[in-house]
Design a protein around this ligand. Structure first.
Ligand code: DX5
Ligand code: ZN
Length: 215
């Protein structure tokens, strides 16, 4: 079954504790935390302190998605904060291999996130080193955008490469996921769906039903 990683980007920040506990109790597998710096993306969200606070209230896998540039100077802080998976955009830093090594040496899963404008061939040298690859199906920066169907071929391609080479990364999909495209992602080989506005715009008593319907 596919894993659901609700993105707290669209949560009411003043009710974050309540939201996370509800997501935890209602079947979320991971908690997706979008870190934006106003530089790699034109939006600013959270820093490592949020990860640290969330770590105290849930045992779910903290799936930290860094949309920051550069990446390396901040990795240590996100490790210390209690992340379980740290994904970054390789074009945002010249030290991708070193960053992956630092994350893995801390016994944390390392991931790379693929911007819609980045082709898989540009990061093929990293595929054997990572434990997660996030295919972005929106331009990173904001929740509530429309799913880019054009990126689905990357999911299929990564699934094929994984089978051919016996790689063991999880394939995540992030951006505009809803009930219509969740099945397409799943059938294309995705293992994890980050879901923001589609889930968090609903009332709390629907969380369980919606999370299950996406799986
Ligand atoms: C976009 C973020 C996504 C986003 C998902 O830059 O990385 O995680 O919050 O939200 P929806 O599901 O609303 O696209
Ligand atoms: Zn994200």
């Amino acid at each position: 079954m596919i894993k659901i990683s609700p993105s707290i980007l669209s949560a009411d920040i003043l009710k974050l504790e309540e939201e996370i506990k509800l997501l935890d109790e209602n079947g979320a597998d991971y908690i997706h935390i979008d870190i934006m710096d106003g530089h790699y993306v034109p939006n600013i969200t959270f820093g490592p302190n949020i990860v640290k606070s969330i770590r105290k209230i849930t045992n779910k896998t903290l799936d930290v998605h860094l949309m920051i540039q550069p990446v390396k100077p901040y990795i240590e802080e996100f490790i210390k904060a209690g992340s379980d998976i740290i994904s970054f955009h390789p074009e945002a830093d010249n030290n991708s291999e070193e960053i992956i090594n630092i994350i893995n040496e801390a016994n944390i899963k390392a991931g790379i996130a693929i911007h819609p404008k980045v082709e898989i061939t540009a990061i093929e040298n990293l595929l054997h080193k990572v434990q997660q690859i996030i295919i972005m199906t929106v331009i990173p920066g904001f929740g509530g955008q429309q799913f880019m169907q054009s990126q689905v071929k990357k999911i299929k391609y990564l699934d094929k490469i994984r089978k051919n080479h016996n790689y063991n990364y999880e394939i995540g999909v992030d951006g505009g996921v809803n009930i219509e495209n969740a099945k397409i992602c799943k059938n294309s080989g995705a293992d994890v769906l980050a879901v923001g506005s589609y889930l968090l715009s609903k009332s709390h008593n629907e969380y369980s039903k919606i999370i299950n319907s996406l799986k």
